[in-house]
Design a binder for this molecule. Structure first.
Ligand SMILES: Cc1cc2nc3c(=O)[nH]c(=O)nc-3n(C[C@H](O)[C@H](O)[C@H](O)COP(=O)(O)OP(=O)(O)OC[C@H]3O[C@@H](n4cnc5c(N)ncnc54)[C@H](O)[C@@H]3O)c2cc1C
Length: 168
């Protein structure tokens, strides 16, 4: 995995874990870009995803497992001068991860992956039926390359458009 500083690592983890969905980009079977929103789990620099056993994305990934997965912290509109359009900024942070999808076939490992996905959304604990595990496709993406950027760091005179939302 690409080397990042401890500070960058903390920011990357914070942005990823704040998200409810990610966007998974791949190359479809016609060689065209194809991006879908998905739920996810994240643990030890591995992104976990799940889907139906069949579909366009599966066909695409069986041909080319390379993916680019993006996460974006909830953006906030800020401005320095309310009357000047060019002083408006979208403040937020994003993370871009690149890697390859490996489909997990082991029954118990699939359960562990699903637990990690569920943990992203709830503290509840779950049991799974055998058919539900067999019918789900679990994707594991070990991150090969990752980058993060923070945008619209505010000027001291700037204002947050969404005043009720917490600072990023
Ligand atoms: C908030 C959210 C979370 C989701 N989480 C998951 C998840 O965790 N796992 C999962 O498998 N799916 C999830 N989905 C659905 C996902 O985005 C795809 O629709 C789904 O995975 C099927 O993809 P496919 O390529 O196999 O579709 P196919 O059935 O092969 O798609 C056929 C065609 O339908 C169109 N299409 C497919 N998906 C979408 C879409 N999302 N929006 C618009 N057009 C589309 C495309 O043009 C595609 O070529 C989520 C969707 C949303 C909105």
């Amino acid at each position: 995995m690409m080397t990042v500083t401890v500070k960058e690592r903390a920011l990357i983890n914070e942005i990823i874990l704040k998200n409810r969905i990610c966007h998974v980009g791949m190359i479809d079977t016609d060689g065209m870009p194809y991006v879908i929103p998905m739920n996810f789990g994240y643990h030890d620099s591995i992104i976990y995803l799940h889907s139906a056993q069949k579909g366009g994305s599966i066909n695409a990934l069986e041909k080319n497992p390379n993916v680019c997965i993006t996460f974006c912290a909830e953006p906030m509109l800020t401005w320095q001068n309310k009357e000047m359009a060019c002083s408006y900024r979208m403040k937020g942070g994003s993370v871009i991860c690149r890697g390859q999808v490996v489909f997990e076939e082991d029954f118990d490992e699939k359960i562990k992956a699903l637990d990690i996905i569920m943990k992203q959304y709830t503290e509840e604990r779950f049991t799974y039926s055998v058919p539900s595990i067999n019918n789900v496709r679990v994707w594991k993406v070990e991150i090969d390359r990752v980058s993060t950027k923070v945008f619209g760091v505010p000027h001291p005179n700037s204002r947050n458009y969404y005043k009720d939302k917490p600072e990023f």
